[in-house]
Design a protein around this ligand. Structure first.
Ligand code: IVH
Length: 672
């Protein structure tokens, strides 16, 4: 392929990847599989590796995160990035309406745009000739921090804006304002991952979003699924819409994610009605919303209305009632999780928060109690957001009487009374007694949940344990009808149904079974990776931590936790019982080698253009002979196969002392 055609192909790839990104992350309507997407991205990276001089800042490959910067440089915004005045009641909102109607009579006939007020942080995005060139935080409204490399990692942020699908060309200089935030589910997943890895639990999505966006190392930002909604055109040359409603449409047409809940209201009464509706539906939204932003639709009128201090008259934040309430902290209890993690929780004077009575709230971990200086007897602020477990924010210091008592974390497990332990580098404290009844209960519950034993709820698991029918999860598979009939609430039919469900659960796949074992760090993703490399639990039992660590996507701490789990006698015993019960799934066997395998155990990277092989042919050639082909050169690479115009990979191989081969030497090596 000539340079010219290769370059054209590169452009096409970029366009296609950006388009798929938009379809996947913004429209939620992917048209290709994840694997196909990965393939396109890998192809793009290969070309860019060969021609680093062709890499442009809007290339989708740049989302992965650039080099860490020492500190953020400052960016002057093209126009003041304003904040908003607040309204806390309908009376406040109507007072605002009256006030601005007196300033300009046209307001009485005006329409409004109601937008969800996202609880994130404001950013300003600059596009030149359709290409994202800079992004900054709001800062003090005039000067913000340049967080461009971090913003590039956001999947929903268009790196290049196409001509709008209504045929409109984007302004050559465009500044867009939007909000960066975590969707509720993404934030929960992030915290679950933190918990599984024994890391810090983040308390508020907003602060975590702010911290994530201001990471000096963009690759950290890239690993956390931040999201974006655009809501204002701050500045643009050329013609821009006259109304806020059309601005939102244009932003959407240009490929920006825009909150679909936004609504055009014909008058202030419709705004009030919309607010009342949103107040009841807000908890069902996939992201946290702390109010409604009401904007005068006519942008000319909004401008004429001017400002009061830093707040424009033409818009207001109509806040939702707080989901934070102060109440009395009576005592602190401690839960024992399935991995033995001890989690303190607050026992509260019951209080209503957003229509739900809250009696308990999590205190996250013992460090949190200490850091916030939370004392028994304190008045504490409690927050409830969506489906998230209510949590304590901190004490109300002004309400202290002096009678509050400092809390001392337990030295022994509150359930089994065995000493608790702290793992170096982790926040959590653990009960390490494998026979702790509470851990057993949580473990079996987890096992039953992942293996999907239909009809077996928490209560039945508890009955089976307290009646001594089961001593670990594997015992479930030897439960008999007689065992079940002796439990309270069991009759013939119920026992038969449950036994049938247990029988079905025996056939679950290997990744499911690995996930069900409850090994720290081995959630769904890691279990799938393990099942891809190891065919059954015998193979996994024998694996060394260094072998597991070799799997891309599994780090050393999880690899260690996995081998540690398989080395425990109690777990070995559990595996023995599972095998005996026939619960021993096999993953699909790897492709049987059809000929000699001289490349077995070797890892290759291919770069540059080879004389006779295409990239795909070279890969097939190596894999057929038992070798593995990866995309990037590391210390684990056995050989770099080099063609013409090899780029940065060759430099990297030289740096790391990785041996290189040309096509002829590769073929010669195969014959050795
Ligand atoms: S418009 C003059 N629209 O709320 C325009 N702001 O309390 C002012 N926010 O600093 C901003 N969602 O960070 C606007 N749909 C939305 C918003 C929104 C969230 C934030 C923004 C602003 C803060 C003001």
């Amino acid at each position: 392929m000539s340079d010219e055609t290769l370059r054209q192909h590169l452009e096409e790839l970029r366009r296609a990847i950006n388009d798929h990104n938009y379809r996947y992350h913004v429209l939620d309507e992917p048209v290709i599989s994840d694997a196909e997407y990965d393939r396109l991205l890998a192809e793009l990276r290969t070309i860019e590796d060969q021609h680093p001089e062709w890499i442009t800042p809007d290339s989708p490959s740049q989302r992965a995160g650039a080099q860490p910067s020492a500190k953020f440089s400052k960016v002057r915004h093209p126009a003041p990035i304003l904040s908003l005045n607040n309204a806390f009641s309908e009376a406040d909102l109507r007072a605002w309406f009256e006030r601005i109607s007196r300033v300009d009579d046209r307001v009485r006939r005006a329409s409004f745009v109601a937008e969800p007020k996202l609880d994130g942080l404001s950013v300003v995005l600059h596009y030149q000739d359709g290409v994202f060139v800079q992004g900054a935080t709001r800062g003090n409204g005039e000067i913000g921090e340049d967080v461009t490399p971090n913003l590039r990692t956001l999947r929903t942020l268009p790196l290049r804006i196409p001509v709008s699908n209504k045929g409109r060309k984007p302004p050559s200089d465009l500044f867009v304002r939007g909000e960066v935030f975590f969707a509720k589910a993404d934030f929960e997943v992030l915290n679950k991952r933190q918990a599984e890895e024994g890391g810090q639990i983040y308390q508020t999505a907003r602060n975590t979003a702010a911290g994530t966006l201001r990471q000096l190392d963009p690759s950290i930002t890239a690993r956390r699924p931040l999201n974006l909604f655009a809501y204002n055109i701050v500045n643009a040359n050329g013609s821009v819409p006259d109304t806020q409603w059309e601005s939102l449409q244009l932003l959407r047409d240009l490929g920006f994610p825009v909150a679909s809940e936004s609504k055009l209201c014909q008058n202030i009464d419709e705004v009030v009605a919309t607010y009342e509706k949103w107040k009841t539906t807000r908890e069902g939204l996939p992201y946290e919303v702390d109010g409604m932003v009401v904007k005068i639709n006519d942008l000319g009128l909004a401008e004429d209305l001017g400002f009061v201090g830093k707040d424009p008259r033409g818009a207001i934040a109509y806040k939702f009632p707080a989901l934070e309430v102060a109440t009395q902290l009576h005592n602190i209890g401690v839960n024992v999780g399935r991995t033995g993690v001890l989690t303190p929780y607050a026992m509260l004077e019951p209080v209503e928060i957003g229509g739900v009575i809250v009696r308990q709230a999590t205190l996250h971990n013992f460090d949190f109690i200490e850091e916030k200086d939370i004392r028994i007897g304190d008045r504490v602020l409690v927050k409830r957001a969506g489906d998230v477990i209510p949590y304590v924010i901190g004490p109300v210091l002004a309400a202290r009487t002096g009678k509050e008592k400092k809390y001392k974390p337990p030295l022994v497990c509150p359930v089994c009374s065995q000493p608790v332990e702290h793992i170096e580098g982790e926040v959590a404290w653990y009960c390490v007694n494998a026979a702790c009844p509470e851990q057993l209960l949580r473990n079996v519950e987890h096992f039953v949940g992942v293996m999907d034993v239909v009809g077996m709820g928490e209560k039945i698991v508890e009955q089976l344990i307290t009646e001594g029918v089961i001593k670990d999860a594997a015992d479930l598979f030897s439960v008999t009808k007689r065992d079940l009939l002796q439990l309270e609430g069991f009759a013939d039919k119920k026992a038969d149904n449950l036994l049938a469900s247990i029988e079905i659960a025996k056939t679950r796949s290997l990744p499911r079974l690995i996930g069900a074992l409850g090994i720290r760090g081995a959630g769904e993703v890691v279990s799938n990776l393990l099942a891809r490399k190891y065919r059954n639990l015998d193979e996994l039992t024998k694996a060394k931590a260094s072998d597991i660590d070799d799997i891309e996507g599994i780090g050393p701490s999880i690899a260690e936790a996995i081998t540690d789990w398989f080395s425990q006698p109690a777990n070995r015993n559990l595996l023995k019982k599972l095998k005996k019960a026939g619960v021993w799934p096999e993953s699909m066997p790897p492709k049987a080698p059809s000929g000699p395998q001289p490349f077995a155990g070797l890892t290759f990277v291919v770069t540059g253009t080879l004389p006779n092989f295409s990239r795909k042919q070279a890969k097939d050639f190596i894999e057929d002979l038992g070798g593995k082909v990866t995309d990037s050169v590391s210390a684990k690479t056995s050989y770099l196969v080099v063609g013409e115009d090899a780029g940065s990979k060759l430099d990297k191989a030289k740096q790391l002392g990785v041996k290189t081969l040309d096509e002829a030497a590769l073929k010669a090596l195969a014959k050795k």
